[in-house]
Design a protein around this ligand. Structure first.
Ligand SMILES: C[S@@+](CC[C@H](N)C(=O)[O-])C[C@H]1O[C@@H](n2cnc3c(N)ncnc32)[C@H](O)[C@@H]1O
Length: 269
């Protein structure tokens, strides 16, 4: 585990900062409703790999504004509970399930991935998209995933992966909450899952999805810059120059193959 103290903040401050960023208008402008590379298409892939279907009980950890949970219920007919650290995201997600007509299948509550507010063995499947890399205690989160799944249940992570040292522009609090600062080699995520009791791990690389997202964010940052200069938008952490430097460093790392994106599937032993 990388120490959040290296950033001069506590683990709780990182979680709060992450929640503030993903509640913000900033993120909606830069990413839309689905806050992960590959968007809903990659969520559908995850749902297929997890063999979701009617009657399956699915937990979406760090569900953001609920786009994936609503999609999974609509597409696969499964029951989905979403949990997120941000109370505002939870409220927005519930509204979006209502608007999509799936409020009977989908519910949301506030909670911490490292201390999930659910009973042992409640779920058949668990998804966690583009959020595991932001959890300060990844081993604890993996143990929680194991605890809330029934034996034989499946976990599907999708996340940023990194090889080699992170450049200085990616060693900031902003980079951490942008899923860049504490991204690790896929083998390390797999190690946490195995140590928690998961088996039959398989990995599917989707690096191109990250490249596409980084290109999109860099293009949109130009429009956002104008709004920020007009005082219509304030970044919850860091500033616009830091965000632009971070996006440039991320684009270089993706081009050099040092940052990527992958799906990781495993079965609860
Ligand atoms: C990059 S967004 C991903 C959201 C969603 N999974 C998606 O793909 O659209 C990260 C989300 O993780 C949530 N989050 C961060 N730390 C958390 C924690 N410890 N427990 C639960 N949610 C957390 C944030 O509030 C944010 O909504």
């Amino acid at each position: 585990m990388t120490e959040t103290r290296q950033l001069g903040v506590s683990a709780d401050e990182v979680k709060n900062c992450c929640a503030n960023v993903y509640e913000s208008e900033w993120v909606q402008l830069l990413l839309g409703d689905s806050f992960h590379p590959g968007g809903i298409a990659l969520t559908e892939r995850l749902g297929k790999l997890l063999r979701l279907g009617p009657g399956k009980r699915v937990l979406d950890v760090a569900a953001g504004k609920g786009a994936s949970a609503v999609f999974l219920a609509t597409r696969f007919g499964c029951d989905v509970a979403g949990v997120d650290y941000s109370a505002r995201n939870v409220a927005d997600a519930a509204r979006s399930a209502d608007a999509a007509g799936v409020a009977g299948l989908v519910s949301f509550r506030q909670g911490d991935a490292e201390r999930l507010p659910f009973e042992d063995g409640e779920y058949d499947a668990l998804v966690c998209e583009c959020a595991y890399c932001t959890f300060p205690d990844k081993a604890a989160a993996a143990r929680e995933f194991h605890r809330v799944l029934r034996p034989g249940g499946m976990v599907g992570l999708s996340d940023l992966t990194r090889t080699g040292e992170a450049p200085p522009e990616l060693r900031t609090l902003l980079a951490w909450v942008a899923c860049l600062g504490d991204a690790h080699p896929i083998g390390e995520y797999a190690g946490h899952l195995e140590a928690a009791g998961f088996m039959q791990l398989s990995v599917e690389p989707h690096d191109e999805a990250l490249g596409e997202m980084v290109r999109g964010v860099r293009a949109k940052l130009m429009g956002v810059e104008l709004m920020a200069k007009l005082g219509k938008l304030t970044l919850p952490v860091g500033d616009l120059d830091q965000a632009k430097q971070m996006a440039r460093a991320a684009a270089t790392a993706v081009q050099q193959g040092r940052l990527g994106y992958a799906l990781l599937i495993a079965v609860r032993g």
